[in-house]
Design a protein around this ligand. Sequence first.
Ligand code: SF4
Ligand code: SF4
Length: 128
Amino acid sequence: MKAWLKFSPRIVNKSIISEAIKKYDIDFNILRANITPRGGKMLVEISGPDEGKGIKFIEEAGIEVQPAMRVVKKDRDKCVDCGACLSLCPVNAICMEDDWEVKIDDQKCIGCSFCVNSCPTKAIMLFE
Ligand code: SF4
Ligand code: SF4
């Protein structure tokens, strides 16, 4: 699953994630992170047969886990389907449909924000 993990200042220096990885043998892919001594959050992909147990462990240790069904949002009214964002996406999450409408695949998106920063009409926003 893809999720935002939120860290309070109280737990930001604790090795909760590495403990969860060791204990439950889960794969932990960090897609975005903004962590300071005052806390912060990261967008991650968590997988493995004991993924559920690993998530329960980190929640019980004080990390807030918020599933990220969508990472970016495209404003249909602002998008002019220019296609500028297509070639910039490193995971091919953006495509142009047969009707020339540009669509984003939420499952593939890793939240790199290249498309957000490159869109000339500011049609794409990052969910945070
Ligand atoms: S760059 Fe912006 S306006 Fe162009 S297709 Fe992508 S989202 Fe739409
Ligand atoms: S945020 Fe990155 S991965 Fe997601 S659609 Fe935009 S360019 Fe692709």
